[in-house]
Write a protein that binds this ligand. Structure first.
Ligand code: BG6
Length: 471
């Protein structure tokens, strides 16, 4: 059997993309709550506060906040071993810097985690998934070291409150997004210069390291991972200039896991900072903290691979898909321009395993595309999503090869948007990933009813056979 006993099969969501109820029970605004909807041709806008008449997808999303019992029951029906979800930071600390947490927010997640356990599901919790309390803008959010204290207080509150209920934690979702989409990654303006982004990333590293230490102190059972946003690229050709350009590009991303897994900045990054005159706001004790706060495992998202070469255009993700000026002619793309490359998943697993030798977990993967709701057996609506099954089958096969043939240590797999939710990149609902269809459109209209897609039954079988039957 390729997949080890106890392999964590499941699915993943993020609070701002599924909960809705954006002001319920004392929640404060967060950075996602001021992002308008866009589409494949229209960038999401960040407004100055909430403006009446604008469409903010996070405000209603799929109303998971009120329907989590139904949703988690469906996950249980599929046989999930784990459910990756995020705590909405502004439900716990509405302003980020409050001295006391919001009890109603804490109580909500008690119910969510209890519900998971009732269904035999182990929660895997992201503390900050693409949202930061908006009120932290008053001190510059992650540009300021104050954000470290805010996050650590929040993390400690969660570790203490949910001790015994949650054992697997991720600190920041796709932390390397600070280099590409700093607003999404941490409430830093998207036009911030590199010094600012690197300062903010440094603060997040410190915050994560402190959280790792606290998690271990509070409960030695806790395992804390980092979460890397799956950017992996091939050189455009074997021309050494293309290879070098690709190496340089990958280093702009790989230093994030280098710091978080090894506990120190790699030499190539320090040299680059020197050349560019970038100065990290280091204080005595920081280096020791980073070292002591190295993560227990490395998780990441994997959707696509990219191509980079000597044109050196860098990467633009502002339209919700990565643009490097190159496309890979050997592989297909989704309607949103995301390449489909199952081998790239095996390649990335080997890259990380060889580099770090820590357990790995794929915490996002999947096909975001259009679905059509049709009448199914007994008149119950369904979606015939064989294209999604095909995508997932190929990617699970790639993980299987990485385990079986290459000897990679892989802990689990939580495909993205196990229930349809709002797209982070475009703010659309029609870019769907789920095993469960949610009847909501891009304007937030619909019945919010949930329907099992064909992939629901297929994934249930995959889990029941521990990945043996992918047919
Ligand atoms: C990851 C994010 O980058 O990709 C998720 O962690 C996001 O929040 C997912 O939803 C898919 O991207 P999109 O733009 O299709 O929602």
């Amino acid at each position: 059997m390729a997949f080890p006993e106890g392999f964590l099969w499941g699915g993943a969501t993020a609070a701002n993309q599924c909960e809705g109820a954006y002001l319920a029970d004392g929640k404060g605004l967060n950075t996602a709550d001021v992002m308008t909807a866009g589409d494949v041709n229209t960038r999401r806008r960040i407004t100055d506060g909430v403006i009446e008449g604008e469409n903010y997808p996070s405000h209603t999303a799929i109303d998971h906040y009120h329907r989590f019992r139904e949703d988690i029951a469906l996950f249980g029906e599929m046989g999930f071993k784990t459910y990756r979800l995020s705590i909405n930071w502004a439900r716990i600390f509405p302003n980020g810097d409050d001295t006391e947490p919001n009890e109603a927010g804490l109580a909500h997640y008690d119910e969510v985690f209890d519900c998971c356990r009732e269904h035999g599901i182990e929660p895997l919790v992201t503390l900050s998934h693409y949202e930061t309390p908006l009120s932290m803008q008053k001190f510059g959010s992650w540009k300021s070291r104050k954000a470290v204290d805010c996050f650590v207080r929040y993390a400690e509150t969660c570790f203490r409150r949910y001790k015994g209920k949650v054992r697997y934690w991720l600190t920041f979702n796709e932390i390397n997004c600070m280099s590409m989409m700093p607003w999404t990654a941490g409430g830093v303006p998207n036009d911030a210069d590199e010094q600012t982004r690197m300062t903010a990333a440094y603060h997040q590293f410190l915050a994560s390291a402190q959280a790792v230490q606290l998690a271990h102190q509070i409960d030695p059972e806790n395992k804390v991972g980092m979460m890397y946003g799956g950017i992996f690229s091939y050189p455009n050709t074997c021309d050494p200039r293309d290879v070098q350009a690709n190496d340089e590009f990958m280093r702009t991303m790989m230093f994030y896991p280098d710091v978080m897994v090894r506990g120190y900045y790699p030499a190539y990054k320090l040299r680059e900072f020197e050349r560019k005159g970038i100065v990290l706001p280091q204080q005595p004790g920081d280096a020791e903290l980073l070292k002591a706060g190295a993560v227990d495992f490395l998780s990441y998202s994997y959707y696509f691979s990219m191509v980079v070469g000597q044109k050196g255009e860098g990467m633009d993700v502002s339209m919700g898909s990565p643009e490097t000026g190159y496309t890979n002619p050997y592989i297909p793309q989704t309607p949103w321009g995301w390449s489909i490359d199952p081998y790239g998943l095996r390649h990335s697993l080997n890259l990380f395993w060889e580099r770090y030798q820590v357990p790995l977990m794929i915490v996002e993967n999947g096909l975001g595309t259009f679905d059509e709701l049709v009448e199914g057996p007994n008149g119950v609506p369904t979606v015939h999503d064989d294209y999604r099954i095909d995508y997932l089958r190929q990617h699970i096969k790639a993980m299987k090869d990485a385990i079986e043939i290459d000897g990679v240590d892989l802990m689990g797999y939580t495909p993205w948007g196990c229930i349809d939710l709002v797209s982070a990149g475009t703010g659309e609902m029609k870019k769907r990933y789920g095993f469960i269809y949610v009847d909501v459109d891009d304007e937030g209209r619909g019945t919010f009813n949930r329907y099992r897609k064909d992939s629901f039954y297929w994934y249930k079988k995959v889990i029941a056979t521990n990945g043996e039957d992918l047919g």
